[in-house]
Design a protein. Structure first.
Length: 143
């Protein structure tokens, strides 16, 4: 949730930029997440559209978001080379698993076993992998 403090000495665009950057960096907003349109977020936060546009522009310059024209602004994978490699490896693995007839549950167990065997003891996960649940309503809003 984004909160703008009108009484703060920090300009509103910087409050918005810093909060979005923090949510991107701590993965609250994952790579590929579509940010609200500028006008919509400005209305929701009681800010001028140019204020939100400036925050988005600075986030884009920092490589944290990318704008895809009329499709909107999205959390960027830039600076996330490791995550991108893992995503690509997962996509490749999924294609292989499907091609040889392995179902999702078995594929997840194989990944869990490989991860557990490869991870240092201190970082091994205790619980088994669970299927991620579908995002709930409102999952496309940064507010």
């Amino acid at each position: 949730m984004i909160v703008i403090d009108a009484a703060s000495a920090v300009p509103p665009f910087e409050q918005l930029r810093a909060q979005l950057a923090g949510q991107i960096q701590d993965h609250t907003l994952p790579v590929g997440f579509r940010l609200p349109p500028i006008r919509s977020l400005a209305t929701d936060l009681g800010l001028a559209a140019n204020t939100v546009a400036r925050a988005y522009r600075e986030l884009e310059e920092a490589g944290l978001i990318e704008t895809r024209g009329r499709a909107g602004s999205f959390v960027s994978a830039a600076g996330e080379a490791g995550r991108e490699r893992a995503r690509q490896a997962a996509a490749d693995y999924a294609a292989v698993a499907i091609s040889v007839g392995i179902d999702l549950d078995e594929a997840l167990h194989i990944v869990e076993a490989a991860f557990t065997a490869s991870a240092p003891i201190a970082t091994r996960p205790a619980p088994p992998l669970a299927r991620p649940s579908a995002p709930g309503p409102g999952a496309t809003s940064a507010t």
